[in-house]
Design a protein around this ligand. Structure first.
Ligand SMILES: [Zn+2]
Ligand SMILES: [Zn+2]
Length: 220
């Protein structure tokens, strides 16, 4: 195999998977999704090794490459969920990272990420995430485990996982009230300000700050 072809092959498998979702299967459709001056050469190489099947103008995944493509798509879409749900990032800032992540995540990390996110059935674009061994065939939609404090319900309990304050001063002020990663809290009021109870003490928070505190919530 040409040394540069491995990454391109993954990209081709991924493109063939998404093309199938969109009911597309021609060589031109593939060329529209994968940029490479060597596309024909790589596809021929893959066909020779049984990774793709060609039939006239059509190119499709084979039995053996379908599984590999599913894994790449799974990692990509889980990474998308991670960036958008957990870090609250806008799409333009994470699309490139999701593409990098899909090549870095190994199977164990992928399963941890999937479990952490509650085995999400779809990506932020609404496309299905192929299930892994951790999903156990049960694709129940589960709400994310970690959410901004702002989205907690009254009476809900949880533990602070991380805080993303805009200023250091704000962080130390929060710390002086016991609002630090690891602290357990209960949300007791949402309006006019957020009130959380930490260690028998009520702490009032502005909405801006409630957005910056991420809590792993208990689900009853
Ligand atoms: Zn997506
Ligand atoms: Zn899973």
């Amino acid at each position: 195999m040409h040394p540069d072809h491995g990454h391109k092959r993954d990209e081709i498998l991924e493109a063939l998977w998404t093309m199938a979702e969109d009911q597309l299967q021609t060589r031109a459709d593939l060329a529209a999704r994968v940029e490479s001056t060597r596309l024909d050469e790589i596809v021929a190489e893959m066909a020779a090794e049984g990774e793709v099947a060609e039939d006239g103008d059509k190119i499709v995944l084979t039995e053996s490459s379908r599984e590999r493509a599913a894994q790449i798509i799974r990692r990509h879409r889980l990474a998308e969920r991670l960036f958008s749900d957990l870090f609250g990032l806008e799409e333009q800032s994470w699309e490139a990272s999701a593409c990098t992540f899909e090549h870095i995540l190994d199977e164990k990390v992928t399963q941890s990420v999937c479990s952490f996110l509650g085995h999400p059935p779809v990506c932020p674009h609404g496309k299905p995430i192929p299930p892994g061994p951790c999903c156990n065939g049960e694709r129940k939609p589960i709400e994310p485990l970690v959410i901004p404090l702002k989205e907690m319900k009254i009476g809900q309990r949880g533990r602070i996982v991380f805080i993303t304050p805009r200023t250091k001063r704000r962080l130390s002020r929060l710390a002086s009230y016991g609002v630090i990663p690891g602290s357990e809290l209960t949300l007791s009021q949402r309006f006019p300000s957020y009130i959380i109870r930490i260690d028998q003490t009520d702490v009032a928070l502005e909405t801006e700050i409630a957005k910056e505190i991420f809590v792993r919530v208990e689900r009853g």
